[in-house]
Write a protein that binds this ligand. Structure first.
Ligand SMILES: Cc1cc2nc3c(=O)[nH]c(=O)nc-3n(C[C@H](O)[C@H](O)[C@H](O)COP(=O)(O)OP(=O)(O)OC[C@H]3O[C@@H](n4cnc5c(N)ncnc54)[C@H](O)[C@@H]3O)c2cc1C
Length: 295
């Protein structure tokens, strides 16, 4: 192997923030395809605040079904193979980005402030736990899921607020796995999974009814301060008492690190406006991919 390729000092940084579905794919594709003449003076730094790749799609099920939770957190150590040694993963959170540097939340072997040449924002979005983990390490996240599984197992009644994909999946999994529990699904819109096609909402509602889930549509809930036992007051006046309450609403777009630098490209919902090339207007060396952009 060409030793020059593996010397990481004094190279221009191609920084990818976020190592989830999009960021890890971009980083691997770049590392694989970078020509030797570019690799001698560029390095790829993939920055991720979580210790492991989080396979989000499995979270709703592993909230309910025990003994699989460890499978949701996948080591990233094999993301780049030896031949792609101009790529590294840094475990840290990016706090801010200015014209020339990114600032991390901690000291790393690469320092706390890193100059950037190309920046790829792959920071996605976040939801309240359990749709996202409240912690950043595998050990703590596995423990969090185990605790929640136990609380669900012992609760006689459970309310979920938010009838999007996450609320629907968790409530139907609870009722499929524990048919004797009283499950309430509360949604402010007139249709479940209202961001999708209307016919899907009808199918999902029918399935919820067949499972015996109490679906409350078109009503807002006054959110309790505790996750239970608690009472939940609905706009309709109805009051529901449950042993456990799960919040499945409130998606936030993770564009904070560049909100100051590229303020003219941040939409009101927090997404980053990009051109068809995925570049941020007026900042041609910044790209945004995945859920964080507005495509
Ligand atoms: C519970 C759940 C289930 C889902 N199920 C499905 C499904 O079945 N099918 C489907 O198609 N879609 C599903 N989705 C949606 C899908 O997960 C998203 O579309 C997808 O995750 C978007 O990928 P992304 O890489 O753009 O961002 P994300 O997956 O949101 O990843 C962003 C990454 O950036 C990191 N990050 C953020 N900010 C920083 C920072 N400042 N510094 C360092 N790192 C940072 C985060 O830790 C995270 O790893 C689901 C979503 C959830 C929450």
């Amino acid at each position: 192997m060409n030793q020059a390729v593996c010397t990481m000092a004094e190279k221009l940084n191609i920084i990818i923030v976020g190592a989830s579905y999009l960021g890890s794919k971009v980083a691997r594709a770049l590392a694989k395809s970078m020509p030797q003449d570019l690799a001698v003076n560029h390095r790829i730094l993939l920055i991720e605040r979580n210790s492991h790749f989080s396979h989000l799609f499995t979270f709703p099920r592993f909230v309910v079904v025990p003994n699989h939770e460890h499978k949701a957190f996948i080591p990233m150590s094999k993301l780049f193979n030896e031949a792609q040694c101009n790529a590294q993963i840094i475990t840290a959170s990016v706090e801010t980005v200015n014209e020339s540097e990114i600032v991390l939340d901690r000291d790393t072997p690469f320092g706390r402030r890193l100059p950037w040449h190309i920046l790829v924002m792959a920071t996605g979005s976040r939801l309240s736990p359990p749709a996202n983990m409240p912690t950043s390490t595998k050990v703590d996240s596995v423990q969090y899921l185990k605790n929640l599984q136990e609380r669900i197992r012992t609760a006689k009644s459970i309310a979920l607020v938010g009838g999007g994909a996450v609320g629907v999946q968790i409530s139907t999994d609870i009722k499929s796995y524990y048919s004797d529990k009283e499950v309430h699904l509360i949604h402010s819109r007139d249709r479940l999974m209202s961001r999708f096609d209307a016919s899907l909402g009808d199918i999902v509602l029918q399935t919820c009814k067949e499972l015996g889930i109490h679906v409350h549509l078109g009503t807002r809930a006054k959110l309790p301060d505790t996750d239970g036992p608690c009472t939940i007051e609905l706009q309709s006046g109805e009051i529901i008492s449950v042993d456990l309450y799960l919040k499945c609403t409130g998606q936030v777009i993770n564009s904070e690190p560049i909100r100051e630098l590229a303020k003219e490209s941040i939409n009101s919902d927090g997404t980053i406006h990009v051109l068809r090339t995925l570049q941020v207007e007026k900042h041609p060396r910044i790209f945004a991919v995945g859920d964080v952009n507005d495509l």
